[in-house]
Structures are given as structure tokens and as C-alpha cells.
Design a protein around this ligand. Structure first.
Ligand SMILES: NC(=O)c1ccc[n+]([C@@H]2O[C@H](COP(=O)([O-])OP(=O)(O)OC[C@H]3O[C@@H](n4cnc5c(N)ncnc54)[C@H](O)[C@@H]3O)[C@@H](O)[C@H]2O)c1
Length: 259
């Protein structure tokens, strides 16, 4: 029961890494708020967590909308009376094939992956101050540290597609800036940097066997990641075991960025 008595809000909690994190939190005694835009999947997960004996609610939150953030945090406080942990996990990929312009793509990716976590930190500040501290965990990526892997199986393109890297690099340093500024309130802010993890986000890339094998080989540990690999890292940062850890970047990538 490493999170006993704590309340955690997980954005993008319906799917993949967020869903696995929500389950890990519930298993360790936390009350959980799933915040996402996928209503049916989120409600199914809340039912599953409740059947397992946990306290959980769902709130429809589009992380790009500041007013929506205010209402989500109010709902968490109304349900559980406090908010100890925020996991800024909601994210989208590069959408290079969305049909929109490069600028549309850039704006959309930055809105969800960079502005979303910024609004999240802003929204939880007062409730965390009130209870004497908290933990914010921002899910960045290896692509917040290094540039993208070019898939040798895709035709070369000159389209500038750095939005995902820019957004993930942005929350890496948002985390450090916020960690410094908020340490006086005992609010810790850290970033997590997963390698390639098997979730709906990577399903399309992994559906091409050659691409999947190419990506697997980039992880020296010899396999691709599972959502639980990341959830365990988030769990540590959420818990009091990490009470001296702030402004840190926890890389969970099977050695990808060590090369
Ligand atoms: N899967 C990987 O290989 C990998 C690697 C590094 C980092 N990440 C990051 O991990 C996080 C989770 O990704 P995942 O792989 O579990 O993907 P996923 O697609 O399974 O989950 C992302 C979730 O975010 C939600 N979401 C999207 N836009 C939203 C919005 N505007 N407001 C609220 N929720 C929104 C989706 O509905 C979905 O439930 C993302 O930030 C992603 O960039 C993933």
C-alpha cells in the first residue's frame, strides 16, 4: 500500500500507460481520478477498479482546455477531499499523415503534449499547497531527450515533423522549472522518459513486422516496453519513497538513450 491515503489524477487514464498507471495506483491504495476524452473506455476501467475494491471516478477532461481543468480538479476534490498526485500522461503522436498542414500538426501536438501539462500544473497548485505538498509526474519520452529514429521502411520525406520531439522536450524542462519553483511548497515535479512501449499509440508502427523488429533492436535490453514498465516508475515517483526526488528525469527505455 505504497499510496495509501493518497488521491491521484491520471490524464489519458483510459488507455495504455495511463490505464496501467491508474491500476498500479489503485493496487497500492490510492483513490484514482481517470481524466480522459474517451468516455466509454474510461468508464469501463473505473468499473474494473471499483470491482477490485478501489475508489475511482472518471472525469471527461480535454487537457488543452483550462476551464475543463478547473472543473476536473474540483470534481476530484468533491469526490475525495484532496489531491496528492497528478500524472500528466495524455499525449498524441506526430500525426504526420493526418492530412493537415505541418503547422496544424505542430499546433495540435503542442496543445495536447506541452500546453496540457502546463495547465495541469497550474490547476493542481492550490489544492497541493493546501495539503502541504504533492507529486507531479510528466510523461515525456526518449524523444524529449534525443531526435527521432528514421524508419528505414518508410519513403524519405522533407516534411518537418519535429512537433512530437519539441513537445516532449518542452515538458522535460517545464518539469525542472516547476520543480525549482514549487519545491518551497513540497511539491515535487519529475519527468518520465519511456522508450517504445506496446500501447495503442504504437500499434500502427508495431503492425509492420520489419519496423517493429527495427525498433526492438534499438533497445539494448532486447525487447520493447510494456505499459507496466512505465507505470512502476510513475508509482515510485508518486510515492513517499521519492520524497527527495524532484526535477529528475527517469528514463525507462531498456537502454535506448544510453547508446
Ligand atoms: N507508447 C510509447 O511508446 C510511448 C513512448 C514514450 C512516451 N509515451 C507517452 O506516454 C503517454 C501515454 O501514451 P500511450 O502510449 O499510453 O498512448 P495511448 O494512445 O494508449 O493513450 C493516450 C491517452 O491520452 C488520451 N488523450 C489524447 N488526447 C487527449 C486530450 N486532449 N485530453 C485528454 N486525454 C487525451 C487518449 O484518449 C488516450 O486514452 C503519451 O504522453 C505518450 O506520448 C508513449
Amino acid at each position: 500500500m505504497r499510496l495509501s491515503g493518497k488521491v491521484g489524477l491520471v490524464t489519458g487514464g483510459a488507455s495504455g500507460i495511463g490505464a496501467s498507471t491508474a491500476k498500479a495506483f489503485a493496487d497500492e491504495g490510492a483513490k484514482v481520478v481517470i481524466a480522459d476524452i474517451q468516455d466509454a473506455m474510461s468508464e469501463r476501467l473505473v468499473r474494473e477498479l471499483r470491482e477490485g475494491g478501489a475508489d475511482a471516478i472518471y472525469f471527461h477532461l480535454d487537457v488543452t482546455d483550462e476551464d475543463n481543468w478547473r472543473r476536473a480538479v474540483d470534481a476530484a476534490l468533491a469526490a475525495f477531499g484532496r489531491l496528492d498526485v497528478l500524472v500528466n500522461n495524455a499525449g498524441i503522436g506526430g500525426r504526420r499523415d493526418s492530412g493537415g498542414s505541418e503547422l496544424d500538426n505542430w499546433n495540435q501536438v503542442m496543445a495536447v503534449n506541452a500546453t496540457g501539462p502546463f495547465l495541469g500544473v497550474k490547476a493542481v497548485l492550490e489544492p497541493m499547497k493546501k495539503i502541504g505538498g504533492g507529486s507531479v509526474i510528466n510523461i515525456s519520452s526518449i524523444y524529449g531527450i534525443v531526435g527521432p529514429t528514421l524508419d528505414p521502411h518508410l519513403p524519405p520525406t522533407d516534411a518537418i515533423a519535429g512537433a512530437y520531439n519539441a513537445s516532449k522536450g518542452s515538458i522535460r524542462l517545464l518539469s525542472k522549472a516547476a520543480a525549482l519553483q514549487l519545491s518551497k511548497y513540497n511539491i515535487r515535479v519529475n519527468s518520465v522518459h519511456p522508450g517504445f512501449i506496446d500501447t495503442p499509440l504504437t500499434a500502427r508502427a508495431f503492425s509492420y513486422p520489419e519496423t517493429k523488429e527495427h525498433l526492438r533492436r534499438l533497445h539494448p535490453i532486447g525487447r520493447l516496453g510494456k505499459p507496466e514498465d512505465v507505470a512502476n516508475a510513475v508509482l515510485y515517483l508518486a510515492s513517499d519513497e521519492a520524497s527527495f526526488v524532484t526535477g529528475a528525469e527517469l528514463v525507462v527505455d531498456g537502454g535506448y538513450t544510453a547508446q
